[in-house]
Design a protein. Sequence first.
Length: 719
Amino acid sequence: MARARRATGLLAAALMLAAASPVLAQTTATDLIDDHVLLSAEQVSHDQELGVVTATGNVELSKGRRVILADTISYNRRADLVTASGNVALLEPTGEVLFADYVELKDDLRSGAIEGIRILLSDESRFAANGGRLTADGRTRLSKAVYSPCEPCAENPDRAPIWQVKAYEVIHDKNLRRIFYSDAFLEVFGIPVAYVPFFSHPDPTVVRKTGFLPPTFGSDSVLGVTYEQPFFFDISPSQDATLAPILTTKEGVVLTGEYRRAVENGNIKVSGSVTRADREPVDTKETERTRGHIFANGDFTLSPAWRWGFDLNRASDATYLGRYRFSRGEQALISDLFAEGARGRDFASIRALSFQSLDPDVDESAVPYVTPIAEYSFRGEPSPLGGYWMFDAGTRVLGRSVGADSRRLTATGAWRLPFTTKLGEVYQVTASVRGDLYHVANVPDPKTASAATLNGVTGRLAPRLDIEWRYPFARTSGNVHQVIEPIAQVAIGPNGGNPDRIPNEDSLEFEFDDINLFSASRFTGLDRIEGGARLNYGLRLATIGAGGGRSEILFGQSYRARDDSTFEVGTGLSDHFSDFVGRLTIAPSANLNLQYRFRLDRDNLAARRGSVSVRAGPPRLHGEASYITLSDIPTTGVPSSVEQLNLVARIGIARRWSFSLVHQRDLTDDGGSLLTGGGLTYEDDCVLLQARLDRNFTQDLDIEPSTTFTIQVRLRNLG
């Protein structure tokens, strides 16, 4: 009978006794038969002489925070004993559900014996056992038990899961929140593959717990056979640490670790490694040395407007990170100590920087340090016409053990007016004045071949007027929006502005492209300014579909009224007319994106710099390809040729299997493969299997071409 037929009232024990016969009473009700004991059933009988209540038919008994469901339940009030049979289910306060054929429980349903037990834990993992016992101290003891977090096969529930653990005895200690196994076998598809006399793991109520994490096995042609075994330390709710020694057959032990801590106003993370290894090839004195690295960062809030932090990155030598597979692709390591704040339209920052080159040929004594570099930025409130004032200021102190030193003070004041005419023309007018004051020492004199240097105080004053004009034309054709936008920009300022006494420290990485075609200054820093009068012009065409697809092309050029030696041959800006720059983007859907960025020679349209990138496919069949070609070095003008192809693909082989591929290749005449690798992954609700094979062709001092194979298996809840 459906539980909807139960009576909804609560009958007090006194009312039940008054209504019952002297020996036996029957009712179909939801009864409060004792303090904190609620019984609901289709039929309930009371033997008052024995103090036994028997219920049948969709029985539900609640006592405290525990609930038991069964076909038949007998409750002996005098002995505080509950027996249940037939489709028994015990609901624990922790969220676990125990299923059984027959149970005998007492002590508020906290202890007793269970036959034919099955347990559904709060994370939906499962236990099954011949029998078990609940104890009042919060333990569940199971004999001849099986555990698995894997979902049963829908087509064949009796088939063995992907993996399971069979144990002679299992103890679930709810106070310790841990599950212990004795004489346990790990089975994969029903086949025993490993035996351990004892092990344990946290129960599902534990978010994190001290213990072993999944190991990683590998083979490396340089390091030998490798085994990494992380161990996690749950120090406190706000901090933890991981110690992960890497055992190698050729290089001994590499000790790695990580520490994390959350404090009231921020967080800290520190990671690093250390090993005792052979000397570097360039070191002729030592036969063995300690090598290692440290990466650390922290971010802290001082007030709603201010924060400070640090970023420390150092290695014992230039090749350590690459040799021991800790490299993140850096050319240099940058360490930073900073404080910054923003309030309204104001922003200020101060920081100290140090650098470590990872190029073994670079003299570390010539690598600079910056202490401090400070910046301040202000933007005023717009006037009724839309114009507003801007002010930027900063200072920088740069030094090095050997080489040029400089101290810089800079300030820029500007007024900007953006406005749109009634015809739809978009203008932006900016009038600015910038002043720089330098004190320099040991700056090489470019006009002499000797070791002569320039010293003393120098500076510059650079007023400029910038006027930008855009005239977008738009129309809609069906579900497609089309835009044609001619763009022009005039910049007027004094010629020159880069005296020899001012060293170029922050504007070395220069590239003329579609991104900075309409920039006020094409330099990345402040040590170089772009003087003279120039005209930048281009055309942008775009189509935007209603479904999110879009296509865009931008093509433009720059004209300079006077030659400027600031831009060297090969940069594309050394003559009156610059090279052509632009980009083409085609993205008809979220599963396809093609972009081509280019710089074409102004005389013959030959490709000087270009990159093509393609992203295609849904997540389970996704690929990316990029092609880069450079025909010259942007700052020196020395002819060179760089041509590289990068490929990345992810292929979903089956429902849970996927394959990834990466390939990097130098396409120049003296080039070849740089990196080739592939990985196979299997992932479902209870296991993650990853295997990877990589071939790295990099060679530099003690960094040799290497082949690396790694495999990692993660079993859900076991690590």
